[in-house]
Design a protein around this ligand. Structure first.
Ligand code: AMP
Ligand code: ZN
Length: 140
């Protein structure tokens, strides 16, 4: 039996208690269509075991989710004629996470679709980039 949270929306979808359009499934993961699609074919891959987010998901569930997302990206491209795919994970409210059951968005991309990068790429201060990198390295 997978680890579940009785108050979790995605656990209820996994249990079949809330309807969803399931598009892929394996021992560890389930994939279903997002009800607020960014583009045509936008789906979510979730591990069957409940965990809140990227930082708490079991590494084997994370790996299985990544593999399922890769599979779905290929299928979506074939089935829908997408020109590319974005994988997206949001970890934490500040990073746009709204459902606290770890999941990966699989967003098919089409030439001239409406999706845009949420930041404007611009060269950063090289000393500050190095300082941030140093802080990360010292912690790992
Ligand atoms: P996030 O904001 O990264 O936590 O993603 C949560 C996603 O779940 C959003 O894109 C929602 O549109 C989607 N969502 C919420 N409720 C449902 C539902 N009942 N079935 C399918 N997708 C859902
Ligand atoms: Zn859950």
């Amino acid at each position: 039996m997978p680890a579940t949270d009785p108050d979790c929306l995605f656990c209820k979808i996994i249990a079949g208690e809330i309807p969803s359009t399931i598009v892929d499934s394996d021992d560890r993961t389930l994939a279903f269509m997002d009800i607020n699609p960014a583009t045509r074919g936008h789906a979510l891959v979730v591990p069957r075991n409940h965990s809140a987010d990227l930082l708490s998901v079991d590494p084997e569930d994370l790996a299985a989710t990544a593999v399922a997302a890769q599979r779905l990206a290929g299928t979506a491209k074939e089935a829908l004629g997408a020109d590319g795919v974005n994988l997206l994970n949001c970890c934490g409210e500040v990073a746009w996470q709204t459902v606290f059951h770890f999941h990966m968005h699989v967003i098919p991309r089409y030439t001239d679709d409406a999706v845009r990068l949420p930041w404007i790429p611009a060269p950063g201060d090289t000393d500050e980039i190095s300082a941030a990198g140093q802080q990360i390295k010292e912690q790992s």
